[in-house]
Every structure is written in C-alpha cells, then in structure tokens.
Design a binder for this molecule. Structure first.
Ligand code: URP
Ligand code: ZN
Ligand code: ZN
Length: 473
C-alpha cells in the first residue's frame, strides 16, 4: 500500500519547500503536488511539520566490549534509541584482531544482523598492520565496507605508528576506501597517565588532564600531512578541540582532502562537567574540553568547516549495580562504577545516538545557529555522501529509500533518561527543555516510531553495502 505524506515542508541539505511525498514499498516514488493516489493510498497530513530524510549517524559503538564490561546498548536497543531520535542509519565499527578481516566482520554481522532495528553499515578498525592486512584491505569493498578507522592513541592496543598510518592511507586511498583517524598522542597520554596515577589522583577530571588538547591538535595536522603524502582522503572523527578545527581548515585550504566530524557532547559540555561528583558520566575519549573549544566547534558546524555531526554513541551505566527496566525487564550491566577508585578504569563512552537530532534542533536550529537545511546536511546528507550511501540515504528524491522523519517543530519536552530510549541509567541532557521532536519515523517505507510508540522490530534493519569513497568537497 502506498503512503502519501501531504502538506509538509520538505527539508533537503540545500533548501526547504512545500511538497507532498509519495512512498511505495520501500522507496520514495514521487515528490510534488497533486500526486496521483489510489483508493487504498494511506494519507498522512504533515501540515505544520517538517519532512526530513532520516538521520545518518556515522559513528556508533554497539555491544562493544571494554574494560571487562560491554557498552550497554546492543544492536537492538541502540538502533531502537536511534529511531526514537529520528536516526534511521547507523555505522558501527568492526574490531580488528589477529584473524582475517572477513572473520572479524562476520563476528559483528552475527551480533548486529538479528538485532538491528534500523539500517546499519560497518567501518573496519585497522589496529595492526602487516603484509597480510595490506593484502586483505582492498577486499573490504566486496564486503560492503568502504571506510576504515586508525588510531594514533591507545598504545599497545589499537595504535598504529605514523609509517603504518601512511601505508594504510595509501593502500586505502588507492582502493576507494576512506581512512578515519582517532587523533590523539598516545605516547604523551601514556606517560602522563602513569605520572598522574603515581601522584595518587583518582577522579574523572584526570582523564581529561592525561589527554592534553595539544596532542589532538598536532595529531590532526600529522594525519592531514600523512594523507597529503599518501595522496589519500582522511576523515577526522570526534573533533573536540578548537585547534583541531584550525588545523582541519588549514589543511583543507591547502588542498588536502580532509574532512571533520564532531559530536554534540563536544558542543555542550566541558571539563567542568568532569569535575562534578558524577563526572564519570562524561568520561569518554577524547575528553570534554573548555568552553572556548565548544564555541570554536560550534563555529565550525555553523560555517561549514566541520562536515558531519555524529555521536560516538558508546553508553555505559553510571551505576551498573542497580537494574533499570528496559521493555519491562530489569537490566543491569557493569559500567562507570568500575572506575570509582581509578579514573583509568572508567569505561570510556557516552550515550547519544537518540539525543543528536533533538538536541541539535533545539540548540542549533531553534537558537538560529543553523538552518533546517544545514541540520539535514550535517546529520544526514553529508554523512550519507561521505560514506557511500547517497542517494539511497540522506535524500528525499524519488528512488531513495523511504527513510523519513516527520518532524514536529512545536513539540516541547523536558528531555532526559525517561524520554531518550537508550539502555542506560542516565542522560547527559537531563532536564533540558527541548522544542522540536520526531513525530513519525519511517524505515524503508515502514513506520517504526509514531507519537512515541515503538512499531519497529529487532532484525528489520538491513546491512548496507556501501559504495567506494567518491565525496567531492
Ligand atoms: O570514549 C569513547 N568514545 N569510546 C569509543 C572508542 C572511540 O575511540 O571512539
Ligand atoms: Zn575514537
Ligand atoms: Zn568512537
């Protein structure tokens, strides 16, 4: 049965205009006015509402083992939360171990496939480099993976050396694969961490103090310079420092193909939050910075220096000894309390996949910082383009997947853990007054959220085989 969304204001990355949208099966089939309908066409009146392409969150971690526990949203609970927040595509990361890349991919596919409730793709982490990995890398494309992540931090676990990052960039670039960089200085972090621990410091704020901002700044420039020498594109994940934006812009002005992502937490929070008694809630890597960094990141989001807002969603319970009710059942998963006496043992990561659109709408669009089109661009269209999903995702044109959000700009909520649907016991935006929320969310033509009611199911999300990197900026 076809569905006609009538009288809404369509928002694309370029413009907004009044038009109706026709959905047939999984796809958008027409856009315009006076569209032909049959007797059984279901009509939804979107008068006074915006009609947006579903959000694309290019950076989530679901069911990720860390520090003897696991991030508390799996591929069902995390994608359900995504849907409630208007996001219909997420891209998770495959952990890399000593086995062939395909075996690592299969593991994540086994976890995600039966559970995902929105569409999903994978990035491949590359955390060691040798001839075998080099040989396997081009084969990622035939597994539907066109992006990889490398780390200049997490020594002895995930980090690659600069020469290795250069080789990864070159091999990936030659094969239409985008390299993403976690940009920090692993050597300095390790040294400072052991000094700080020896001085007896235990509190969450020391997580930030052991990860200096200049390490991120120089790692962004280093990454960009390696990308230039490898003649390959680079995407900087979770930018949190003002100087990173400066380096990104410097590199881009010099013709280097480098792209940048930030996340809402880095726009709104600072080290002051880590100093609160419950500061562990804000512990993630890279850490919260200063208000001046928030302001510079906002500037980059507003003026186009930063291309993408993703979330780095990787939640843990604040107190994993106390169960919460999820879909009527008690759940408790060890979390931030593991680091009560030692900041280095606090699982790194935050909830956010469901918060991104509502928070950015109120505090970005609502406060006049960004237009509805820029909102769509940052949160849906540009991530779809960069990660080889456009125009299937991030687009409202005929032929695109009918991943659509009917957005109610008048809906007011007092936001928090009860509204957000993440499987965790806290929300960073607790008590914030929001205006503008998803009213109806479609995944490939099926309504999965309507007026706060969940109509989705585990396993209805499809794996997205992504195109090679071709983004022109
Ligand atoms: O603290 C975070 N963000 N954990 C996830 C891992 C990463 O580096 O993105
Ligand atoms: Zn990272
Ligand atoms: Zn991450």
């Amino acid at each position: 049965m076809a569905i006609l969304i009538k009288n809404g204001t369509l928002v694309t990355a370029a413009e907004q205009y009044q038009a109706d949208l026709l959905i047939d099966g999984e796809r958008i089939t027409a856009q315009g006015s006076g569209l032909p309908v049959s007797a059984d066409t279901q009509i939804l009146n979107a008068a006074g509402k915006y009609v947006l392409p579903g959000g694309v969150d290019a950076h989530v971690h679901l069911d990720l083992p860390m520090f003897g526990t696991v991030s508390s949203d799996d591929h069902y609970t995390g994608t359900k939360a995504a849907a409630f927040g208007g996001t219909t595509t997420v891209i998770d990361f495959v952990s890399h171990d000593q086995r062939p890349l395909t075996a690592c991919i299969e593991d994540l596919m086994e976890k995600a496939g039966p559970k995902a409730a929105v569409d999903f793709g994978f990035h491949m982490n590359i955390t060691h480099w040798d001839d075998q990995v080099a040989k396997e890398l081009p084969g990622l494309l035939s597994n539907g993976i066109s992006s990889i992540k490398v780390f200049s931090a997490y020594n002895g676990r995930l980090r690659l050396q600069d020469g290795e990052i250069f080789q990864v960039l070159r091999k990936a670039g030659e094969n239409g694969i985008l390299t993403m960089l976690h940009a920090e200085n692993g050597d300095v972090i390790d040294l400072l961490t052991s000094e700080i621990k020896a001085q007896g410091h235990t509190q969450p704020i020391w997580h930030a103090r052991s990860h200096p901002n200049w390490g991120a700044v120089e790692a962004v420039l280093r990454g960009a310079a390696l990308a230039a020498q490898a003649k390959a594109p680079l995407y900087i994940v979770h930018m949190n420092v003002a100087g990173e934006v400066d380096q990104l812009t410097y590199a881009r002005e010099h013709g280097i193909k480098v792209l940048g992502e930030t996340c809402p937490q880095y726009l709104f929070f600072s080290e002051e939050d880590l100093e609160r008694p419950d500061g562990a809630k804000w512990v993630c890597s890279p850490p919260m910075r200063k208000k001046v960094d928030n302001a510079r990141l906002w500037q980059g989001v507003m003026n186009g220096e930063i291309q993408v807002v993703a979330t780095d969603h990787c939640p843990f319970f604040y107190d994993g000894t106390k169960p919460i009710l999820f879909e009527g059942k008690p759940v408790a998963i060890p979390g931030k309390e593991l680091g009560a006496g030692d900041f280095t043992k606090i699982p790194n990561g935050l909830p956010g996949v469901g918060d991104r659109l509502p928070i950015l709408w109120t505090y970005g669009v609502g406060q006049g910082k960004i237009s509805p089109s820029r909102f769509v661009d940052l949160c849906s269209t540009t991530p779809a383009r960069i990660f080889g999903l456009y125009p299937r995702k991030g687009c409202l044109s005929p032929g695109s997947d009918a991943d659509i959000v009917i957005w109610d700009p008048e809906c007011q909520v007092k936001y928090g853990v009860q509204t957000a649907q993440h499987r965790t016991d806290y929300n960073l935006y607790e008590g914030w007054a929001l205006q503008g929320m998803p009213e109806t969310v479609f995944l490939r033509g099926k309504i999965i959220v309507q007026h706060n009611q969940w109509l989705g199911k585990p396993g209805m999300g499809k794996f997205l085989s992504r195109d090679p990197f071709s983004y022109q900026n």
